[in-house]
Design a protein around this ligand. Structure first.
Ligand SMILES: [Zn+2]
Ligand SMILES: [Zn+2]
Length: 333
């Protein structure tokens, strides 16, 4: 058997509710899960992946393997706007001539991140500088962020989905549930009859989804949003969950509890570092080390900020700005 065939077999995994497609990523995460659901009138694709030449090749192979004629794709549904999920949506829309569904807030994020003038990039860099990012890292960080534009191009024409809307996925109807925190406007898709959840990056097995503070305009307290929507999700009865990364899993409620506990521990660890005032960048280095790639640093710094702002909002930290740099410290008493 050829290597290509062996590799291809690993890429497609058949589950009771969908085909799981492992679409390659050039990051340590290695792959993002797209899902393909068949129905009597055509196919639904969930989260097609990041646009790279390799990912396109994988999809062409998958179309062949599943006998999936792209024109028979009737909709492309996105759990959230992050490039590893959204990136190929425009490319696939061109092949399929099908609607791309994303939440209203997700569409706003797309415009801020990759719309005309990429307005969020400047705001994010200014935010990171105020929180202690060294000056010499701003130019490479900007380059890194601009580097995502080709990986999300062409941009699709988006049809907006609302929280609570019934969305057909293949031949079955699922309920869209707003689950902000990992991404503003994130949606999970639940079918009560079968207790099946497509949970995007909101709940992942083994790894803790990133929670980033990305300016007040996007979410003034993203960790609070995340913990609240995790708690809401823990009340759903779920037999099987299909996540955006790693493998589908069954212990959904337990996993939401573990993620809440993980963040509570991290909050305590960060608070304990702040007997003396420190910038978010300094706290980030203590928590995540000083040998991160630019990509990792961006997520680690924004994640540190999400926790520090949660602590500040809870009245446990003060924040003082001096010469344009913000330092957090534990409130006494
Ligand atoms: Zn994501
Ligand atoms: Zn992801």
């Amino acid at each position: 058997m050829s290597n290509t065939r062996a590799a291809r077999q690993e890429v497609i995994v058949k589950h009771p509710d969908a085909y799981q497609i492992k679409v390659p990523l050039p990051f340590p995460l290695r792959w993002v899960n797209a899902y393909v659901l068949g129905g009597p009138t055509g196919w639904t694709i969930i989260d097609p992946g990041l646009r790279t030449a390799e990912a396109e090749k994988v999809w062409q192979a998958v179309f062949g393997e599943l006998g999936l004629e792209p024109k028979r794709i009737e909709r492309i549904v996105l759990t959230h706007h992050h490039p590893d999920h959204y990136g190929l949506a425009g490319w696939m829309q061109e092949l399929a001539d099908a609607p791309v569904l994303l939440s209203r807030t997700g569409l706003e994020q797309v415009k801020l991140l990759w719309g005309a003038g990429t307005p969020l990039t400047d705001q994010l860099l200014a935010l990171f500088l105020r929180h202690g990012l060294p000056d010499e890292l701003t130019a490479p960080m900007r380059e890194h962020m601009d580097g995502f534009v080709p990986a999300v191009s062409p941009q699709p024409e988006v049809t907006v989905m609302e929280d609570g809307e019934d969305i057909p996925l293949g031949g079955r109807v699922y309920r869209a549930i707003h689950t902000p925190g990992h991404a503003a406007g994130h949606l999970c898709f639940y079918r009560a009859e079968t207790k099946v959840m497509f949970c995007g990056d909101h709940v992942l097995p083994q790894i803790s989804p990133n929670v980033s503070y990305l300016t007040e305009r996007i979410d003034a307290n993203p960790l609070d949003s995340y913990l609240s929507s995790l708690e809401e999700m823990s009340r759903y009865e779920v037999n099987f969950a299909y996540p955006g990364h790693r493998e589908p899993f069954s212990r959904f409620a337990e996993r939401t509890g573990e993620l809440i506990a993980h963040h509570e521990e991290r909050l305590e660890a960060m608070a304990s570092l702040l007997a003396e005032p420190q910038t978010a960048y300094e706290v980030c280095q203590s928590m995540f080390g000083d040998r991160l790639s630019l990509h990792q640093l961006r997520f680690a710094l924004a994640e540190t900020l999400a926790h520090l702002i949660w602590l500040q909002e809870a009245g446990r930290l003060s924040a003082e700005e001096e010469q344009g740099v913000i330092r957090f410290a534990k409130k006494s008493g």
